[in-house]
Design a protein around this ligand. Structure first.
Ligand code: DQA
Length: 150
């Protein structure tokens, strides 16, 4: 099973960006956690990061025939990108949205996700653990769909 992990804008600055909100672990540390967890659970992951909306849309379109599901943290695009929403919906792939911070406990504008309604679910507020929980949920959803259980 192959999962594409997409990190949106500014997530490459982890560790240096608002450490009080996002923690002090670097982007590379986070990806190491993701890769270790994936290999322990028998999931193949491809990790992609872009600061641009078009780059993320292109990655989703490329994923259609090459992966079994998408785990995405759209960053600030979460709150206003209909292009990313449409690309996710159009992919027809299982999708889980994740956030490091609890987007419902911050500024008002963050409590609206335009992408979550086209995802199968969302996990928010657990730091890098959100990604690991998301991978677990997504892989179990993909397996269930394969066996016709969902
Ligand atoms: C974020 C939350 C977004 O509101 C913010 O713009 C981000 C990171 C998170 O992971 O908590 O860039 O997606």
């Amino acid at each position: 099973m192959k999962i594409l992990v997409i990190h949106g804008p500014n997530l490459n600055m982890l560790g240096r960006r608002e450490p009080d909100v996002y923690g002090t672990s670097s982007f590379d540390d986070m990806n190491e956690h993701i890769k270790n967890f994936a290999s322990e659970t028998g999931i193949e992951v491809e990790i992609f990061q872009s600061n641009s909306e078009g780059g993320i849309v292109d990655a989703i379109q490329r994923a259609v025939d090459t992966v079994d599901g998408i785990l995405i943290n759209p960053g600030a695009y979460t709150h206003y990108s209909y292009a990313i929403r449409d690309a996710l919906k159009g992919s027809g792939l299982p999708v889980v949205e994740v956030h490091l911070s609890n987007i419902y406990a911050r500024e008002e504008f963050r409590s609206k996700s335009v992408t979550a309604p086209v995802a199968d679910g969302q996990i928010s507020g657990f730091g890098v653990e959100s990604y690991l929980l998301g991978l677990r949920a997504l892989s179990s959803l993909i397996s269930k769909r394969r066996h016709g259980n969902v």
